[in-house]
Design a protein around this ligand. Structure first.
Ligand SMILES: [Fe+2]
Length: 342
């Protein structure tokens, strides 16, 4: 059984200014679960978010339904009575017609029990039941945004994004926060009423800004102790190397200044050009604040994550030292207050 449940527009709903709805309005999600009550719970949550929701009870025709409906994301319960959920996931990921559809597996079983298998069958995410609404909403939005972004890339962009992904996974320091930075730049960009083109440039920068670190040896990138002057200078080169790697982005020239200038400081003590104040491209200023905030609020091998409040205090201290644009930091502080109220 597969059924179209809703196709209503998000504009019928109370609209949060912090969510980039425009990219998601057309997103179609297929929920596969043979237990009607459990299926309806997920369907209801997704409908509330404004998605077009299809549902299936996971019968033996379900794979054909995936091919036919081409959803933007599949939420798949592992314990189906008619088909093996893991095998179905693998089948979707191995078929050229469906392999780019993100899959979120759901189960009541212990997450650790399935960790390895989930990776082996190519699932993108794993959610434990009962489903947490916020977790569901965040994972779904991130995966759909990522899919839509990938679909819009040309060949050169796809190659650069692939390199950027390798760079990100190489550096355990950066963890997997790229998706979070993407969500933040989109939301803050909308909050500031930036044009769509500028928000797109920020999203590209979220993926590509540190691509230049590919040219820096592991021994320096991963070094635990204090860096020497030469090593510090080498790391600083990543912005220039990144800019030259991304030169072929002919349709995205606006990304290059963000890559080059995301380590400048308001008082002129940053790099590579020592620009100060409004000389620093505005999008680079915005991107920098988000990049720093994300680093502070993420767990890293050498430190625990700071709370949003603590992170904003650190950003405020840096602003007092003269490193950041005080007006922009004030806007960002207001924005985080709305996004993550205490
Ligand atoms: Fe950087």
């Amino acid at each position: 059984m597969i059924e179209q449940l809703s196709g209503f527009s998000l504009f019928n709903k109370t609209k949060s200014p912090l969510v980039n709805h425009s990219q998601l309005t057309s997103a179609k999600i297929l929920v596969i679960d043979d237990r009607p009550l459990s299926r309806m719970t997920v369907v209801d949550l997704l409908q509330l978010e404004g998605y077009d929701v299809l549902e299936s009870d996971g019968n033996d025709q379900v794979f054909e339904s995936v091919i036919e409906t081409q959803p933007d994301l599949v939420l798949l319960d592992l314990m189906l009575s008619e088909v093996d959920g893991l095998a179905l996931c693998q089948q979707i990921k191995q078929d050229i017609r469906t392999q780019n559809i993100p899959i979120v597996l759901m189960t009541v079983a212990d997450r650790r029990e399935y960790q390895r298998k989930v990776r082996e069958v190519g699932a993108d995410e794993f959610l434990s039941k009962p489903i947490d609404r916020l977790e569901l909403s965040t994972r779904v939005k991130t995966l759909i945004t990522q899919k839509q972004l990938n679909e819009g890339l040309n060949q050169t962009e796809q190659v650069l994004f692939t390199i950027a992904k390798v760079v990100e996974s190489r550096s355990s320091q950066r963890g997997s926060s790229c998706a979070r930075v993407v969500s933040l730049v989109e939301a803050f960009g909308e909050y500031l009423n930036l044009p769509a083109e500028s928000i797109n440039n920020l999203v590209f920068a979220a993926h590509l800004h540190d691509i230049g670190t590919i040219a820096i040896p592991d021994a320096v990138m991963m070094k635990k102790g204090e860096l020497t002057t030469d090593e510090r200078e080498l790391i600083r080169q990543h912005v220039l190397i990144g800019e030259s790697i991304c030169q072929p982005l002919r349709n995205r020239r606006g990304v290059l200044p963000i890559i080059r200038h995301h380590h400048e400081r308001w008082d002129g003590t940053g790099y590579p050009d020592g620009l100060s104040g409004e000389q620093i491209p505005y999008l680079a200023q915005i991107f920098q604040i988000i990049d720093i905030y994300d680093a502070l609020t993420s767990d890293r091998p050498h430190k625990k994550a700071y709370s949003p409040k603590e992170a904003l205090e650190i950003v405020a201290e840096e602003t007092e030292k003269g490193w950041r644009n005080p007006e922009l930091v004030a806007e960002f502080t207001k924005f985080i207050g709305i996004l993550e109220p205490e």
